[in-house]
Design a protein around this ligand. Structure first.
Ligand code: NI
Length: 173
């Protein structure tokens, strides 16, 4: 049982952001409440995607709304994201790594298979920003953030901000 009241945005290098999340076993009221809470947190922070570990919950679940609106939020439960196509680098940020905006190498296209809130499995092909968002959120449930994905050069360029976040958040879950 997830204590929804306790869910709040987690920041690098919180432990929950570094481990592989567990599959969602059942889509019950608790999961629906978690998604409501994740939606509120994402909209409040003006994000276009948010994964459960970013609210302190180690479950394989994320939401995406490419235009940042509540109406266009899509839910991905127990997703699989398979990259296809060519790699490419674009600037990216993450609500869990505030103050860092950096080029991340990802694939230009991908395929996602997931379960929606009604328990139905769906598959989609994605490209552009959508493909990038899916790979970014999938990284979160695999225990990875842009802080791990960024190049050595970017790590050096952002070392002060990463150090600041580490000192502030190292003892947090
Ligand atoms: Ni993120």
């Amino acid at each position: 049982m997830i204590d929804i009241e306790k869910c709040q945005i987690t920041h690098y290098p919180a432990e929950v952001l570094t481990k592989r999340a567990e599959p969602v076993k059942e889509i019950d009221d608790n999961i629906r409440q978690l998604i409501e809470k994740m939606t509120d947190i994402m909209l409040k922070n003006k994000g276009i995607g948010l994964a459960a570990p970013q609210t302190g919950v180690s479950l394989r679940l994320f939401i995406i709304s490419l235009d940042g609106t509540r109406e266009n939020i899509k839910v991905y439960i127990n997703p699989t994201v398979t990259p296809t196509g060519e790699p490419g680098s674009t600037e990216e940020g993450c609500l869990s790594v505030p103050g860092v905006f950096t080029k991340i190498r990802r694939y230009k296209k991908c395929k996602v298979t997931a379960t929606d809130l009604d328990g139905n499995e769906f598959t989609e092909e994605a490209e552009g920003l959508y493909a990038r968002a899916l790979q970014h959120e999938y990284d979160h449930i695999e225990g990875m953030t842009i802080a791990n994905r960024m190049s050595q050069t970017a790590k050096i360029a952002h070392r002060r901000q990463l150090k600041k976040l580490t000192e502030k958040n190292k003892d947090k879950q």
